[in-house]
Design a protein. Structure first.
Length: 131
């Protein structure tokens, strides 16, 4: 499967319609981004069941800002509408395969529960600080 170009117009639709998405935040002037591009493309051919997407941070500055992208390339993995991985830097092929493997093994019910627990703890902490 070829990579999908994500924009602020199609981002929500692509993420909500797919359970497992790898997103490469990049820019054309970025040397490490250009090094990572063929690794990302090659992985997309090996993992045809996953969606591989790219966000051009120059053209999609609002999207990059929304995800607080400070360094590129940044790889993000979204499973079932939850960002489960985000890391800047060009990964070598073996590391990318390892990250994909780990993300595939995640128990998403457990991930959602830990996200909910963290939100509750944050809310309780805010209430204590306010009181």
């Amino acid at each position: 499967m070829s990579t999908v170009e994500l924009t602020k117009e199609n981002f929500d639709q692509v993420v909500s319609e797919n359970d497992f998405i790898l997103i490469d935040f990049w820019a054309s002037w970025c040397g490490p981004c250009r090094q990572f591009a063929p690794v990302f493309e090659s992985a997309s051919e090996r993992h045809e069941d996953l969606v591989f997407a790219k966000v051009d941070t120059e053209a999609q500055q609002e999207l990059a800002a929304a995800f607080e992208i400070r360094s590129i390339p940044t790889l993000m993995i979204v499973r079932e509408n939850v960002a489960v991985f985000a890391q800047p830097g060009a990964l070598p092929e073996a590391a990318l395969e390892d990250v994909i493997g780990q993300a595939r093994k995640l128990d998403m019910d457990e991930v959602r529960k830990s996200v909910e627990d963290a939100k509750q703890a944050q809310g309780e902490q805010g209430a204590q600080e306010a009181g």
